[in-house]
Ligand binder design. Structure first.
Ligand code: AMP
Length: 394
């Protein structure tokens, strides 16, 4: 497949001042980084630019500071990054002005500098033209490697792309390639598995998917709303009964678009939302009035597996049940393992994303077996909704 966007392959980096937007929003406790996954993800882009003689100038936000706040400084993160990439990372106390300009001027080819939290300036989130111009003065080109922030049109995630030649970093490139293969130019048939608590948070996503995929599995609490809309008595299950009309509209759209909707045909029901609560599988005509559906039942799982077997591409977001509570994690775990097996056998391209989904795949021990797992929560969901990502235009 030919690339439709510019990457590091399309620019001579030697001697260039490269403003590199990265995601350094790592979890910290007591001033120490507790999980370096995000640093490991951006490491290849940083070291490649440095090895090719570019001057790497890192731009990132951290947390949600209201103005300058030492607790939200990127300094300890820059130190942790230095350990991950095993190279010195200089630090400037501000991302614009004299402190930044002096630090940039001191860079030699291949050096790496991290600028202070862009959100110390409120103009960052406003995508303020003056602030963008101040940032742009520091670089010759802009490389964006922060897919997780690409749904936001902020100064460092979008504004700079209008001022400087723009390129995708390697992490961004991998993400865009994987997502493109999943929905834009997929190997057909395509199946989507959508679960999670509520329909209300995923209406746009479902409406977009019915026009893109051949089959749509709906599980989790949100399936209860669809079942209720079809006249199934769902007892005390989580269900947004006021969204019955929305559920029916989505089903009509799916029908018109030739997208098969696969809803549960049975359910695992308990009386309490608690781990190891006594539970039973029931057909849809027998859900007890005082019961709560907490997972898809065994017959539903068999249907989901068959649907996965029929597909060449899978896109997955959201658990099929209350996966944090045993045994109500079963539907999610066995379906994830099945998709992983098909992927390992090279029968399936599998792409998954969203916070809970990543946690569920990790719990099933199969995150590494999927073709691609996106850790970008908001950006991944907006992509699934079919919205353009302002920070991914290269
Ligand atoms: P979301 O953030 O929308 O992806 O929803 C994830 C949450 O949905 C998880 O915390 C699950 O426990 C919850 N969930 C999934 N299925 C059910 C269900 N049948 N009843 C209640 N909660 C559920």
């Amino acid at each position: 497949m030919t690339k439709s966007f510019r990457t590091l392959d399309d620019v001579n980096l030697k001697g260039k001042r490269v403003l590199l937007r990265v995601d350094l929003n790592v979890p910290m406790e007591g001033g120490r980084v507790t999980d370096a996954t995000r640093l490991e993800r951006v490491a290849p882009t940083i070291t490649e630019i440095s090895d090719k003689g570019g001057k790497v100038i890192l731009l990132a936000h951290f947390g949600r500071p209201k103005g300058r706040d030492p607790k939200e400084s990127l300094k300890p993160v820059a130190e942790a990054l230095s350990k991950v990439i095993k190279r010195p990372v200089a630090f400037a106390e501000d991302c614009i002005g004299d402190a930044a300009a002096t630090a940039v001027a001191a860079l030699k080819d291949g050096d790496i500098l991290c600028l202070e939290n862009t959100r110390f300036h409120k103009e960052e989130e406003k995508n303020d033209a003056g602030f963008v111009a101040e940032l742009a003065k520091l670089g010759d080109i802009w490389v964006n490697d922060a897919f997780s922030a690409a749904h936001r049109a902020h100064a460092s995630t979008e504004g700079l792309g209008h001022k400087l030649p723009a390129y995708a970093g390697r992490t961004m490139q991998a993400e865009l390639d994987a997502l493109g293969k999943a929905l834009e130019a997929p190997t057909k048939p395509v199946i989507a598995i959508i679960g999670g608590a509520k329909v209300s948070t995923k209406i746009d996503l479902l409406e977009n998917l019915v026009n893109k995929v051949d089959a749509l599995v709906i599980g989790g609490g949100m399936a209860n709303t669809f079942l209720h809309a079809q006249g199934v008595a769902v007892g005390k299950s989580l269900a947004e009964k006021d969204l019955a009309a929305t559920a029916l509209r989505i089903m009509e759209k799916a029908n018109a678009a030739n997208c098969a909707i696969i809803l549960p045909v049975d359910a695992v029901v308990a009386n309490q939302f608690a781990a190891n609560a006594p539970s039973h599988a029931y057909g849809l005509d027998a859900i007890p009035a005082d019961g709560m559906i907490l997972d898809v039942g065994p017959q539903s799982i068999a249907r989901i597996h068959a649907a996965i077997d029929d597909a060449a591409t899978l896109v997955w977001n959201g658990p099929l049940g209350a996966f944090e509570l045993t045994p109500f994690d079963r539907g999610t775990m066995v379906s994830a393992k099945h998709a992983a097996e098909r992927t390992r056998a090279k029968k399936l391209i599998s792409v998954a994303g969203g916070g809970d989904t990543v946690a569920a795949l990790n719990q099933a021990g199969v995150a590494g077996d999927f073709s691609y797992v996106s850790t970008a929560g908001g950006a991944f969901l907006e992509w699934m909704e079919g919205k353009p990502l302002p920070g991914a235009k290269f």
